[in-house]
Design a protein around this ligand. Structure first.
Ligand code: AMP
Length: 582
């Protein structure tokens, strides 16, 4: 049974499997090694994923969803026409597409996967990713950190090496950096850090802003301020796509031109844009972001207890590491050339595939690879402290320190602070080792976990043991025990933060299946509808009305997903067309 390794990226996704002991990329249905993470649902209910959806983005921006990974873990609905989706449902569509492509490629059913996430993803983001897999019909064997996956791919190729490596991963939407020790067959992550809101798409945005400034200087009107709303959305989509092209061009050329013919009509005049930007200007735009990544890099090296000179190899992962300034600054920091024998777009998926096989005996006979990962951030709870004789809430009490090896378990005992106190609220927070106070924006649970049923007693007499379990997937489970009664309260954090329940996942799985069935019908009927519309153009007015009606009937039954009715309505439409032609 093949276990898919899936790199579910912000801008691109990739998948791999292990064949005869070697990880290999699986191409998608179009033969591509990576698939743009772009989803489209057009008016006829057809679902489109990947480069076709990306190519149509500028003309169908309102029916297209991109960069959904940035929204994972927040329960904000995404609307396409009348339909509304949670981020994990859109991700499930990507995964479904990848799963289908893999099944076609391998000629067998695929039901299990290892899916990667940025090391710095929170509990809610990881949980949402796992749920996306389940909605797509995949049992998620493991949620694996992206830089760790890349280190596995590298370590697998360099078995026996004893080295300290840095994996610098700058993708479309996120940045991660890890220090990893390769020691024979052991791959041990020593420290990880990152930023979930820093990546190539932010550089595209800076380029869009740059272009908008040039435009405003020349035309004295903001570029995205005039015209119909739909025109503005389309204009924005075109500029955004062109910005990405310009950024990529600047990786190999000193200048690049935004070429946008007939981008807008202003005061009755069509406007075409041709603005050239130099690589130096681009470097100025992105400089502060890149410096931020280097600050994170310094931090992980210190956290790993190493110095820059002790780093043997530097591995660049993620498409945005093709930017020359990134390479220059990273190489300058380490005073060495980054390793070029690893494909920045594919390493993560390859490593995920290797991880997937790690429990497979046949595979482990060949290699005794062992991977140790860490918790990327500090976890704790908020407590009351007495400061200068006064009670103050909101102090951060750490249970798990960042970079502790996984799985990690930490326990602490807290006591009641009031007489007859019957409940204790546990807030769960992410933070940093240095933080003294909890930060509201880093709260992991919207509502605290309530430990109730504490027997009435004098202040301080009743004790509650709180245990944090942080598993190898980076998911947290909290357990509280009232010591005097032995009552236990176990709470996975799922019910918090609007994460989907099992029942919702089941429903979403069914809806996804139906959506793809309808999409298939819509695709099958496309040619017939196109033909009908063509004949309609030359038909008599009465016949045109009949054709319109027949098309509408057909489209309605497609939306309802009734395959037999669709066939029936299609035949009726075809009969009508025959009559008209005769
Ligand atoms: P990933 O998520 O690793 O696939 O990275 C995708 C990001 O890398 C996107 O923002 C791409 O625009 C960016 N990217 C891909 N190729 C290049 C290139 N040649 N130069 C600059 N950025 C690139």
């Amino acid at each position: 049974m093949t276990i898919l390794g899936i790199d579910l990226g912000t801008t691109n996704s990739a998948m791999a499997y292990v064949k005869n002991g070697q990880p290999e990329i699986i191409v998608n249905a179009r033969g591509e090694r990576t698939t743009p993470s772009v989803f489209q649902r057009n008016v006829s209910g057809e679902l489109v994923v990947g480069s076709v959806a990306k190519n149509q983005y500028a003309s169908l921006p309102e029916q297209t969803v991109l960069e959904v990974k940035r929204k994972m873990g927040n329960a904000e609905a995404i609307h396409i026409g009348e339909s509304s989706y949670l981020p994990e449902e859109i991700s499930a569509h990507f995964l479904k597409y990848l799963k289908q492509s893999a099944e076609d490629f391998l000629g067998e059913k695929v039901t299990e996967a290892v899916i990667t996430v940025p090391a710095y993803f929170s509990d809610a983001q990881r949980k949402a990713t796992k749920i996306a897999g389940e909605i797509a019909g995949l049992k998620v064997e493991r949620i694996l950190n992206e830089p760790t996956a890349a280190a596995i791919a590298y370590g697998y190729e360099h078995q026996g090496d004893e080295k300290n490596i840095v994996v610098y991963d700058l993708g479309g939407g996120t940045f991660d950096v890890s220090v990893v020790r390769l020691d024979g067959a052991q791959i041990e992550v020593k420290a990880s850090a990152g930023d979930n809101h820093l990546g190539g798409m932010d550089f595209d945005r800076l380029l869009v802003d740059w272009l908008a400034e040039q435009f405003a200087d020349q035309y004295e009107v903001p570029l995205f301020s005039f015209g119909e709303e739909v025109e503005i959305t389309q204009r924005h989509a075109r500029v955004k796509l062109e910005a990405e092209n310009v950024k990529k061009t600047l990786s190999s050329a000193q200048t690049a031109t935004f070429h946008l013919p007939f981008l807008a009509v202003y005061e009755g005049q069509p406007i075409s844009l041709d603005y050239t930007i130099t690589r130096d200007e681009f470097d100025d735009l992105i400089g502060s972001s890149i410096r931020m990544t280097l600050a994170h890099t310094d931090k992980v090296i210190v956290d790993a207890g190493l110095s820059v000179s002790q780093i043997d190899d530097v591995i660049l992962i993620g498409g945005a590491t093709r930017i020359p300034l990134v390479q220059q600054l990273v190489e300058h920091k380490f005073q060495k050339t980054a390793k070029k024998d690893i494909n920045p777009d594919e390493a993560v998926a390859l490593g995920a595939a290797v991880q997937g096989e790690m429990n497979n005996e046949a595979f482990t006979d060949e290699t005794s690879l062992m991977v140790i990962d860490v918790c990327p951030y500090t976890l704790g709870t908020d407590i009351l402290r007495v400061v200068k004789g006064k009670r103050e809430s909101g102090h951060f009490d750490i249970l798990i320190h960042r970079n502790e090896p996984l799985p990690a378990v930490a326990k602490k005992i807290y006591h009641t602070v009031n007489d007859n106190q019957e409940t204790i609220d546990i807030g769960v927070y992410q933070g940093d080792d240095e933080d003294e106070r909890v930060r509201d924006d880093l709260k992991i649970t919207d509502e605290p976990i309530i430990v109730d049923g504490i027997p009435k007693n004098v202040a301080g007499a009743e004790k509650v043991e709180i245990a944090f379990h942080y598993d190898v997937n980076g998911l947290i489970q909290i357990e509280a025990t009232i010591l005097s009664t032995g009552r236990k309260i176990t709470q996975a954090l799922d019910v918090q933060r609007g994460i989907m329940s099992n029942r919702q996942v089941k429903e979403a799985k069914l809806t996804l299946f139906e959506d793809w069935e309808k999409s298939k019908l819509a695709t099958e009927m496309k040619a017939t509808i196109r033909r009908a519309k063509k004949i309609r153009r030359h038909a008599e007015p009465q016949q045109a009305i009949q054709i319109d009606e027949a098309i509408q009937h057909l489209e309605r039954v497609i939306q309802e997903g009734e395959a037999e009715l669709v066939k029936e309505k299609e035949e009726r439409l075809l009969d009508l067309l025959m009559e008209i032609i005769e």
